[in-house]
Structures are given as structure tokens and as C-alpha cells.
Design a protein around this ligand. Sequence first.
Ligand code: IMP
Ligand code: MG
Length: 183
Amino acid sequence: MTQRSEFEKVVYDGGFRTLLTQEAIKDRIREMGRQITEDYRGRQPIMIGVLNGAFLFMADLIRHVEIDLEVDFIKISSYGNAKVSSGIVRMLKDINADVKGRHILLVEDIVDTGGSIKFLHEKFMALEPASLRFVTLLIKPANVETDIPIDYVGFSIANEFVVGYGLDYKQILRNLPAVYVMD
Ligand code: IMP
Ligand code: MG
């Protein structure tokens, strides 16, 4: 008999607890899109997704932002394969756009310690944008160690390791359509 995949364990065996349903995520993203639309009307922001985790969220979010906007991506790594943040952030892929004088929205999947956004804040402020704001689907307020403001937050969650909807464990489970707690 073949071994069950991690995906099957979550989806079919009820192995993990559902934290956010597809419906809940969809409703919240629609609201966030509406808010960003209002706040940026008359401007043309550049939304920069932080790979890999934010790709799904960003794809869904921009379809609810009803103004002209550009997209780009940056890839950073802070975790390696562990469940706890290493605290060391490395840039694996830079953006291509020139962002000087632009309105930047950085789109994250989750803010945990805040190490990643601290790194991104420093990097992008040095490029002299017209403005810089952060968007995240999830935040773990109990863990955050930085006072950089996060302007758009989807959901505040407890200090638990979550997977799905872009978020991985050892690079898999990003394709789960909802967010699950991995106990
Ligand atoms: P931070 O730098 O500690 O804020 O960590 C941010 C990054 O760690 C996120 O962009 C995720 O890639 C990853 N991360 C933090 N918490 C989780 C989690 O619960 N599940 C999956 N990835 C996580
Ligand atoms: Mg990430």
C-alpha cells in the first residue's frame, strides 16, 4: 500500500484543524481589496508580493482592487525548513521595477516575529518610495517583535503553526485551499 501524502492526511483524514475556511478568507480579502481601492484611488501603486508564501493571497487580493496597479515579486527566506523563525533573512530574488517615488504595497502571507518585514522596510525605505505600506493575510500578534505598522491585516491568529493557502511546511501544503493549524 502506498503511503498517504501529507495533503491527504489534512484534507481527507481530518488530521489538522481548520482555522480559516475558504469562505472566510474570500470574504475578508474582498473587504481588504475594497479598503485598498478606496485608499489608493487616483494613484497607481505597485504591489510587491513576498514569495513564496504570498502568491495565492496576492493573486486573489488584486482581483478585488479596482484601480490601476502594477505587480512585482521579491523572494526572501527566513525559516529554512524549521517551524520557528531563524531570525536571519536572506534575499533570494530582487524586484525588477524602479520604485523610487512610487507608492509601494508590500504583500506578505504572515507576520510572525516581524523579522521579514523589518528587513523589507529597511530595504525599500532606502529606495525612496513615495510611500510604503504593508499588507498581510495573517499576523501572530503575540510573536511580533517590531513596531513597524502593518496597514492591512486579514486575520490576527494565535501563536500556532499554520499551513495552506500559500503557507507551507517544508515547502509542501501550500496548495491547501483553506488555512489549517498543524498541531
Ligand atoms: P517573520 O520574519 O518571523 O515575521 O516570519 C515571516 C515568515 O515566516 C512568513 O512570511 C512565512 O513565510 C513564515 N511563517 C511564519 N509563521 C508561519 C506559519 O505558521 N506557517 C508557515 N509559515 C510561517
Ligand atoms: Mg513569507
